[in-house]
Design a protein around this ligand. Structure first.
Ligand code: G6P
Length: 371
């Protein structure tokens, strides 16, 4: 009913709007008075966590994209090697798992069969298994050694939005906690990041306040057939997520690419007027940033319509952006929390303009309980 949707036409719109609250709820009670993380609820002791020498993340769909971003955070802050695998592929190769491997299963519903099977496989090989999950008491966390809940609240829209942002918060917490427990060389940075995480709800709120031009852009592209998304570093999984949202909701051909791969193939797709969304890393990552700015120039020279997502104050992209979407300046690893939001709004609005029901896209289920 309209009341359940809180006055919004779709649950998805309501859930996008709830993201600042959801991010705050996932942080709630997990940062101690001394500014250190407290994650006792995970049920894995600090001693057990110090023994871990490798991490493997398994997930499907949007949760897999959260896993891809987690890899950057875990390798950096925790200083541990990290692999990310689609849950449906995991047990069909021969993953090397030991008692000192931590497998992290990310699943909003906690019921996705592929992810559950990956968890069972990991446990049979005696790995430790931790769930990142949104639904209390669901199957996956019940079969894991430990769990970190995302506290996003119920998500009704089939396309994941607030649960994705809170999965990111949860994996940042895990990466930072491992850094804290293991005492890596990034100690000061870990401490600073924990404080910055607390400011992320207001940054997400700020993005939401500036989305009208994104909605206008989406409506103007409703007759299109294809959109490309490019990113580097954590912007690459964000590009994948932007493309997935568009496929799921607008039934459009949409592909996400690592911008560095452009010259190895995807550039052949660039055509006059093709919309290309580019996620630009913060200027602080000068090398990455400048490389992607050259990519934008390359694709624009070939006639593409460039839609650029860049941090506030980044003037370097202005000459090459047909549409410029601004996001608050935040550290690179945290940037997906702000750059994903315009892509959600974009897909939702474009699909609505096409006349689709964004809460119940054709052929999709909220959770897939078959393999
Ligand atoms: C389905 C949903 C996706 C979701 C995926 C994984 O395909 O349509 O939105 O990302 O399952 O779901 P999970 O509950 O495991 O995160």
């Amino acid at each position: 009913s309209a009341a359940e949707k809180g006055g919004y036409d779709y649950f998805m719109l309501k859930e996008i709007a709830e993201q600042p609250r959801a991010v705050a709820d996932t942080l709630l009670g997990r940062i101690g008075a001394d500014g250190r993380l407290v994650l006792d609820e995970m049920r894995l002791t600090d001693e057990q966590l110090r023994e871990i020498d490798k991490i493997i993340i398994v997930a499907c769909g949007t949760a897999y994209h959260a896993g891809l971003i987690a890899k950057y955070a875990i390798e950096h802050w925790a200083g541990l090697p990290c692999e990310v695998e689609l849950a449906s592929e995991f047990r069909y190769r021969d993953p090397i798992l030991t008692r000192t491997t931590l497998v992290i299963a990310i699943s909003q519903s906690g019921e996705t069969m592929d992810t559950l099977m990956a968890v069972r496989h990991a446990r049979e090989q005696h790995a430790r298994v931790l769930a990142v999950c949104n639904v209390n008491g669901s199957t996956i966390p019940r079969e894991c050694d430990g769990v970190l809940y995302t506290h996003a609240g119920p998500e009704v829209g089939v396309a994941a939005t607030k649960t994705f942002l809170t999965q990111l918060v949860a994996v940042y917490l895990i990466a930072l906690y491992l850094g804290q427990v293991r005492g890596t060389k990034w100690g000061d940075e870990v401490f600073a990041m924990i404080q910055l995480l607390e400011r992320m709800p207001e940054k997400v709120e700020k993005v939401l306040e500036t989305m009208e031009p994104v909605r206008e852009l989406a409506r103007s592209l409703a007759d299109g057939h294809c959109v490309l998304f490019l990113g580097r570093h954590v912007g690459f999984p964000v590009a994948l997520e932007g493309a997935l949202k568009l496929k799921e909701l607008a039934y459009m051909q949409a592909e996400g690419f690592a911008a560095g791969e452009l010259k190895h193939g995807p550039i052949a797709l660039i055509d006059k007027d093709l919309p290309v969304v580019v996620v630009v890393p913060p200027r602080a990552r000068a090398v990455l940033h400048d490389k992607i700015v050259s990519n934008i120039q390359e694709i624009r020279a070939r006639g593409a319509r460039t839609i650029v997502i860049a941090e506030e104050g980044d003037a370097s992209v202005e000459p090459y952006a047909d549409t410029l979407i601004r996001v608050p300046a935040v550290p690179t690893l945290l940037q997906p929390l702000v750059t994903t939001v315009p892509l959600q709004v974009f897909a939702c609005e474009l699909a609505t303009a096409k006349g689709h029901d964004v809460d119940q896209p054709r052929n999709l289920a909220k959770s897939v309980t078959v393999e």
